[in-house]
Design a binder for this molecule. Structure first.
Ligand code: SF4
Length: 390
């Protein structure tokens, strides 16, 4: 029996609106937005970025998950894994009885047509989708439209004989799902993480022979049977939607220039294609934090979001280039006026820093949050800052 798929909600938006507001809304944040994104209390002046927090894709995914629970109170409801990269939201869903297929490697094989599975905002691989379809369960697909747009272009590359070069994190669910779309259409892919990896690929393209260490270096980042000698002859560029815009543009330019050097400018159209797949929400949040750093006299930045959230990590990267920056997972990380737990940019683990908040005098703090961070966490963080600044 083919799966029943819901892609446009379950007609229960109004029924869950109150619950969503109770769980994720912040009256304090609303007040600050209305007050030119600025808040003053004691010696603290706080500047909020003009775009932060839940993006349209996350908003929709969480809304659909709540609607699903409401619509199927007596059935098992599953998520394939984290619905978004925010531990609080995922824990809330667990508390509502939503189960996680990622908790048990054999869970998919036990699904029945009675079960309901929610697909996350960043999508799932073609293989997993086919597996779920074979089980005949009901699917609630929250894959974001901006991710679907990337898939459309990657499929177009595959059908045109172009290898997709994906600027992304090979371990990220979205990039894995995007890569699987290329393979499904008979195409190839290679994932590059940053400029350094791109440089290696570009050097090989210019040389045109001897792929050297590349097959080992990219063993987990290429499609099955990838041949560096033939599969980089025609390439199309795409990005994970949440990467750093400036880096994606630079990587596109590096690739373009390598292909032009190898095949000549005149032949470039037949050899190289590109389109920008950074989503507008990611772009808006990056632009807003750049503007905040430029226009406001902030002493330090706080960036709130899950440590595995790609877009949050990139916001922290932007801030850390010019200000002391603390990427925190939640308000509890502000342990005291002396001590903060945070993850430094580029580090894997959380660390504790003392003396993060100037002990006296006026202090101006800039604040932003990733696309998967609900406003209530932002509000609670501001409440703590207020307490610490008297
Ligand atoms: S970050 Fe962008 S692509 Fe991802 S869910 Fe949000 S709007 Fe969609």
């Amino acid at each position: 029996m083919p799966s029943l798929v819901f892609r446009k909600g379950l007609d229960l938006k109004h029924a869950v609106a109150g619950m969503l507001a109770d769980n994720y809304h912040s009256a304090l944040v609303d007040r600050i937005k209305a007050d030119e994104f600025t808040y003053r209390s004691g010696r603290l002046t706080l500047y909020l970025a003009r775009e932060f927090g839940f993006c349209y894709g996350v908003d929709r995914a969480v809304d659909y998950a709540y609607q699903t629970r409401e619509r199927f109170p007596d059935r098992h409801v599953f998520l394939t894994g984290e619905i978004i990269h925010n531990p609080h939201v995922n824990e809330k869903l667990r508390a509502m009885g939503v189960e996680f297929l990622s908790d048990d490697p054999n869970a998919v094989d036990r699904l029945t047509p009675e079960d309901v599975v929610i697909l996350p905002a960043f999508g799932v691989t073609v293989a997993l989708l086919q597996q779920l379809d074979r089980r005949g369960c009901t699917l609630v697909d929250t894959t974001c439209g901006s991710v679907l747009n990337v898939w459309k272009n990657v499929r177009r590359y595959a059908e045109g004989g172009y290898t997709s070069i994906i600027h992304g994190k090979v371990w990220h669910e979205e990039t894995q799902a995007t890569a699987s779309q290329a393979v499904e259409r008979g195409g190839k892919y290679l994932v590059v993480f940053d400029r350094a990896e791109t440089e290696l690929v570009c050097n090989f393209i210019r040389r045109g022979s001897d792929s050297g260490q590349l097959p080992t270096r990219f063993a987990n980042a290429v499609s099955p049977g990838f041949d560096f000698d033939t599969d980089l002859n025609r390439i199309g560029l795409a990005n994970q939607t949440t990467m750093l815009m400036s880096e994606s543009l630079a990587i596109g330019e590096m690739m373009r220039s390598a292909m032009a050097d190898r095949y000549g400018e005149a032949n470039l159209d037949a050899r190289y294609q590109a389109f920008d797949t950074i989503c507008s929400a990611t772009q808006d949040r990056q632009d807003a934090v750049v503007a905040l750093l430029r226009d406001r006299p902030v002493d330090l930045m706080i960036v709130i979001g899950g440590y595995n959230s790609s877009n949050t990590a990139n916001l922290a990267r932007i801030c850390a280039a010019s200000r002391p920056t603390y990427h925190i997972a939640d308000p509890e990380c502000l342990a005291s006026a002396q001590e903060i737990r945070h993850r430094p940019v580029g580090a894997k683990d959380e660390v504790t820093t003392t003396g993060w908040l100037p002990a006296d005098g006026r202090v101006a703090i800039g604040l932003t949050s990733g696309a998967s961070t609900p406003d209530n966490l932002v509000g609670a963080t501001i409440a703590k800052l207020t307490e610490y600044c008297g």
